[in-house]
Design a protein around this ligand. Structure first.
Ligand code: 26V
Length: 798
């Protein structure tokens, strides 16, 4: 975008005042921060519309292939500043607000997060939408406009309590309602054969109504649409029933519609087989596919040519009903034969797998699938026998329908032309452990696309101090070509540069220390090492390992107060699924331990534990730029990729981590000498579990771990209820599925290395700067370019 398109401070100021007056109906004298935030958002939004129209027009005119990213989750966070940065007007916004006597930070922070996702999978979808726009890849995201996003977390006496999230209570300035884009979605009912064709008569219907959010890319060169569906009743009120006095039943269709897009499922750990969840998945998928076919036909293209114009990506198996639904639409609505329909379907679909954990793999009972989606159940059986017939070598235990269950992973695999993992290690494990037989039948179908993160939000926006230094040092433009960060490497021999690098980190740490003091009432020193573990609570992520080691450190400090310790602030953040008892117990333990250690006068400033409530995207933006150490300590083989790990390293934190997920590739990129590795490898984990006594053996070999578990068991951290953690300690001794005990001593030793390294601030600075310089590979632009080349077969329209 040429600079001439950028507004002056005065122009922007006028636009803000215009919206305050005419969109908000407020006099500047009585306007609240909220009013100003709305006015600013609308002023920025106006500037997104032109590139958005231009991109849409160009896609129509050139007949470019479009990508459709189907996801049950988009974890976007705040939008105002992101849009301002991509339009190149952040500083102008700041100055315009200041000229109006307002505090820019306060206005930006007034915006609630759009929290339409649980964690990694949802945030990845948001990064990918931004990169598609930045690369000029014509595309749409399709999701659900949940009325309530991920629950808000608070702590009561150290325990997690969930509160409903309510982001739509305020006006949402980034969306455009599209009441004319509406589709009927059916459930249940019956299927009859009429003249050799299946006719499905649903027993329930709802409407899916579109709401569009423009997603503007870097420098405003392109913008795509995130289209979110809201459920609406087909009829407001059943008048006939009402007039018969059946008042409650008259409101039934409305009640179904209201619940459908009401709330995001907050459990990303265990698949529960809930009917409402299946309905949500079909609601999203069917609305998206009807919209895709409508757009294709509006261009007067033949359905046979769909794969030349349409690529559909399934973000995990949540939209995997897309296979059967596309076959159904092509057959039952458009009169195609099954063979042609499945051929087109496979060519259009791609499937990304995001987890190997068996408990998270979706399987629907055939009776439920047959009841909620009777026609789809028939088509699923048909696809399964078609596949069996095409592959006579297929073993009996392989297939979509087994043991009265529809396995969504197998369904997605068989209906997609490409299946991808999200890191090199994860992809290998998909090939070897998850789909070994299907991989044999379809060699080359499984490919890797290592995850990435958008450098615009996660460096340029979240870390202005470091961004300025980078631009000053290597020039502008690295945001769209992150490999250029390599040009920083020569400067690590330059003491002046390293000082500035550490000064940027220092500024971020001071801001965070201030925020912690204000919000948590805990004083922490910016001289201490900021050691951060932020992610959903899950046993495999091993927050427990972290807190056990922390207790060990404390124990050592008390025994040997004279020794030389590097002061540390241990920062935790993350939510547990509301029904995940073990995860909630780990939160409570961290909170209890924090209470004891933070108030131990013998320790003073040397060790502090901070666990702020309600970790979300905005909090990540605050914590990551201030981190010295990034905790990526999952049991090897369990974390598909991780993306937080990338955000930290890019912002100059060093990683302590296992050989899991993308840690493996991060270590390759930044250099083994700039990464604190510890722990069993994935094959060693498998081997270790062969010993049913592995936990007991490991504990008996570690005096420190015995001491730590003993303190917990004795109630040192829960004196008012000494038995609080008996179950937890018992599990540690007797099962410890995630091998906390087996990795404990290795983790401790690695933490000692971290301590020693941090003691030498000059060499630490070099290692940190090398991390930033070598993280270019993890830009989501690289990842999206890979999807475009290997899966979508599409090109940039720029
Ligand atoms: C699973 C389920 C199970 C059924 C009910 C609702 C629900 C909602 C979400 C999920 C998602 C679990 C998978 C997931 O989030 N995987 C994460 O994906 C990241 C992006 O690829 C990756 O970096 C993380 O390693 C991986 O855990």
């Amino acid at each position: 975008m040429k600079d001439t398109h950028l507004p002056t401070v005065q122009v922007l100021r006028d636009e803000i005042e215009h919206h305050l007056t005419y969109s908000m109906g407020k006099d500047a004298r009585h306007a609240s921060v909220y009013d100003w935030r709305m006015a600013l958002s609308l002023a920025i939004r106006d500037r997104v519309v032109a590139p958005w129209f231009a991109a849409t027009r160009k896609t129509w005119e050139t007949g470019a292939k479009r990508v459709y990213y189907l996801s049950m989750e988009f974890l976007i966070g705040r939008m105002l500043e992101d849009a301002a940065i991509n339009l190149g007007i952040r500083d102008t916004c700041r100055e315009a607000l200041e000229a109006l006597g307002l505090d820019y930070e306060a206005v930006v922070e007034n915006e609630p997060d759009a929290a339409l996702g649980n964690g990694g999978l949802g945030r990845l979808a948001a990064c990918y939408m931004e990169s598609m726009a930045s690369l000029g890849c014509p595309g749409y995201g399709y999701g659900i406009r949940y009325e309530h996003g991920l629950f808000k977390q608070k702590f009561e006496a150290g325990r997690q309590v969930e509160l409903p999230e309510d982001w739509l209570r305020q006006r949402h300035p980034w969306e455009f309602e599209r009441p004319e884009s509406v589709y009927e979605i059916g459930f249940k009912g019956t299927v009859e054969m009429v003249d050799g064709r299946a006719v499905w008569t649903p027993g329930e219907t709802v409407l899916a109504e579109a709401c569009d959010m423009p997603i503007v890319g870097w420098e405003g060169k392109w913008a795509n649409t995130l289209r979110l569906w809201s459920a609406k009743p087909t009829e407001q009120f059943d008048l006939a029933r009402f007039n018969h006095g059946d008042y409650a039943a008259a409101a039934e269709p409305e009640a179904l519609a209201r619940t459908l897009s009401r709330v995001l499922y907050p459990d990303d750990t265990t698949y529960a087989g809930k009917e409402l969840r299946l309905k949500q998945e079909f609601f999203l998928t069917s609305a998206a596919l009807q919209d895709i076919l409508r757009r294709h036909l509006a261009a007067e293209l033949a359905l046979e040519d769909l794969p030349d114009h349409v690529a559909i990506q399934m973000n995990d198996t949540h939209p995997a009903i897309a296979g059967p639904e596309l076959v159904r639409l092509l057959m039952d609505v458009h009169g195609m034969e099954f063979e042609a329909a499945i051929d087109i379907t496979v060519k259009c679909l791609g499937y990304t797998n995001h987890t190997l954990l068996p408990e998270a793999l979706e399987r629907w009972a055939t009776y439920l699938m047959g009841t909620v989606l009777p026609r789809h159940m028939q088509i699923i059986e048909k696809i399964d026998s078609w596949h069996r017939a095409a592959h006579p070598g297929r073993p009996d235990y392989v297939g979509i329908v087994k043991h009265q269950e529809v396995r969504m992973g197998e369904l997605a695999f068989i209906t997609a032309h490409k299946v991808n993992g999200v890191s090199a290690l994860h992809t290998e494990l998909i090939r070897e452990n998850l789909f070994p037989q299907l991989n044999r039948l379809h060699p080359g179908r499984i490919i890797n696309q290592t995850n990435g993160i958008t450098p615009r939000r996660w460096l340029r926006m979240a870390n202005p101090a470091l961004s300025h230094l980078i631009t000053e040092t290597i020039g502008a433009g690295w945001e769209a070509d992150l490999d250029r960060l390599r040009a920083l490497e020569p400067y690590i021999e330059d003491a002046g540069f390293l000082d500035q690098f550490m000064a940027a980190k220092r500024v971020n740490k001071e801001h965070l220390a201030h925020w912690i003091a204000q919000n948590q009432g805990i004083t922490v020193s910016p001289d201490a090492m900021f050691d951060v573990q932020i992610k959903r609570l899950h046993e495999y992520k091993r927050q427990l390992l972290n807190i056990l080691q922390t207790i060990g450190e404390w124990h050592e400090m008390r025994d040997n107060p004279q020794a030389d310790y590097q002061p540390r602030v241990k920062i935790f953040g993350g939510k547990a699924a509301p029904g995940y008892v073990a995860a909630k117990q780990i939160i409570r333990l961290i909170k209890d331990v924090a209470e004891v250690i933070n108030n131990d006068p013998a320790i003073g400033d040397r060790l502090k534990i901070v666990y702020p409530a309600n970790y979300n995207v905005s909090m990540a933006e605050r914590l990551i730029p201030a981190a010295d150490l990034s905790e990526q300590i999952s049991t090897a083989g369990k974390e598909a990729s991780g993306t937080g790990n990338m955000k930290f390293a890019l912002n100059g934190a060093l990683t302590i981590g296992t050989l899991d997920g993308a840690n493996v590739e991060i270590r390759e990129q930044v250099g083994a000498e700039n990464f604190f590795l510890f722990g069993l490898t994935a094959p060693e984990v498998t081997a270790r579990r062969e010993d049913p006594e592995h936990a007991r053996h490991a504990i008996l070999e570690s005096q420190m771990l015995q001491d730590v578990l003993q303190m917990i068991a004795e109630g040192r951290f829960s004196p008012e209820e000494p038995g609080r953690y008996h179950d937890l300690v018992h599990t540690m001794w007797n099962s410890d599925y995630f091998l906390v005990a087996s990795d404990f001593e290795a983790y401790r030793a690695a933490q000692k290395e971290v301590d020693a390294a941090f003691a030498n601030r000059a060499s630490w600075a070099k290692m940190a700067a090398l991390n930033t310089a070598r993280m270019g590979f993890f830009s989501s632009d690289r990842a999206i370019a890979g999807y475009m080349r290997d899966i979508w077969e599409t090109r940039s329209a720029l």
